[in-house]
Design a binder for this molecule. Structure first.
Ligand code: 13P
Length: 339
């Protein structure tokens, strides 16, 4: 393991003014997104759409791109591997390596992420294809009587096994324990469950001998459930999220790159910005958004070749807004000026 290199990559991913583009949707998830804009989910269309993103003029705000297995092997229309386009933009290619979720036995309503079998060999191949970092997503749902300790513990253990395998292959693990926003729970409940998940995660990372300096955390923000009657202000989300992170995340972690999890584009930006304005934190805070970076370009593109430039402008704009938020320099007025 080359810890200096892992630490360099982890720090680069969370450089202020940059963040990660999560473009690692499985073909099934892309189909859901394409259905909304009336685009057929073929391999070529998936390629064209991702090529549009990676060839956007201003990739300076994107430190890394998380790819799906299909994409890390794909070539652009002109034959250039998509990975080469990403690298030429000064951005690091990464890879989603989990194989999705399955029901957790004896734990109704809860899931465990699979994909550890053969992972060492897969990581070695991904490294040869250019991957510098990886992602594994655990999913924790809040509901009546859940999450259980069994679910929290099994997912934390699995994330730690994944992270150790990554580091032994000189790949930076992004560890993602996502507490879902679905449900009608309040912000206190989200804070409590997020704390539980993060405490368990860092305990397991320690037992697995993972070096925190060569990792990035990808958590949810502390927010009320989507169906909660009591929604929270931007300031409250920022303050509650930072408080939980301070309770749980050791200062040796270089940075935290949030998922957007179903927040609106502007909410995701505003929350990140407000957290960075709090200041005095031991880790960098930035974005690793999927939906909050891609909803706008998908809509602008809508599968039409003549809309490629519009799609790229929409993507660049969201990347820029979030890059400013990673430095606490965003304000609502900037949205209106550029959009
Ligand atoms: P969202 O930002 O859409 O939550 O996606 C981020 C991600 O990579 C989830 O695993």
């Amino acid at each position: 393991m080359d810890l200096a290199e892992l630490n360099r990559v982890a720090n680069f991913l969370v450089t202020p003014g940059k963040g990660v583009l999560a473009a690692d949707e499985s073909a099934g998830t892309v189909k859901k997104r394409f259905d909304v804009i009336g685009v057929e989910c073929t391999e070529d269309n998936r390629r064209d759409y991702r090529e549009l993103l990676f060839r956007s003029k201003d990739m300076a705000n994107i430190s890394g791109v998380i790819l799906f297995d299909e994409t890390i092997r794909q070539k652009a229309k002109d034959g250039t591997p998509l990975v080469k386009i990403i690298e030429a933009a000064g951005t690091l290619p990464g890879i989603k390596v989990d194989k999705g979720v399955k029901p957790l036995p004896f734990c109704p309503g809860e899931v465990i992420t699979e994909g550890l079998d053969g992972l060492g060999e897969r990581l070695a191949e991904y490294r040869s294809l250019g991957a510098k970092f990886a992602k594994w997503r655990a999913v924790i749902e809040i509901g009546a009587g859940i999450p259980s300790y069994a679910c929290i513990n099994a997912n934390a253990h699995t994330l730690a096994r994944y992270a150790a395998l990554c580091q032994s292959e000189d790949i930076v693990p992004i560890v993602e324990p996502e507490v879902l926003m679905d449900g009608d729970h309040d912000i206190d409940r989200c804070a409590e469950v997020t704390e539980f998940a993060l405490k368990a995660l860092y305990e397991q990372l320690y037992y697995a001998r993972v070096k925190l300096e060569g990792t990035v955390l990808k958590p949810n923000m502390v927010v009320p459930g989507k169906k909660s009657a009591k929604q929270a202000s931007v300031a409250e989300v920022a303050e509650r999220t930072v408080r939980v992170l301070k309770e749980c995340v050791p200062a040796a972690v270089p940075g935290i790159a949030f998922l957007s999890g179903g927040q609106s584009d502007e909410e995701a930006t505003a929350h990140l910005n407000a957290m960075n304005r709090i200041g005095g934190l031991p880790w960098k805070l930035t974005f690793s958004y999927g939906r909050a970076l891609q909803a706008a370009p998908q809509k602008a593109w809508s599968g039409k070749a003549e809309n490629i430039a519009a799609g790229q402008r929409a993507f660049t704009h969201r990347a820029k807004m979030n890059a400013l938020a990673s430095k606490g320099e965003w304000e609502t007025g900037l949205e209106k000026k550029v959009a």
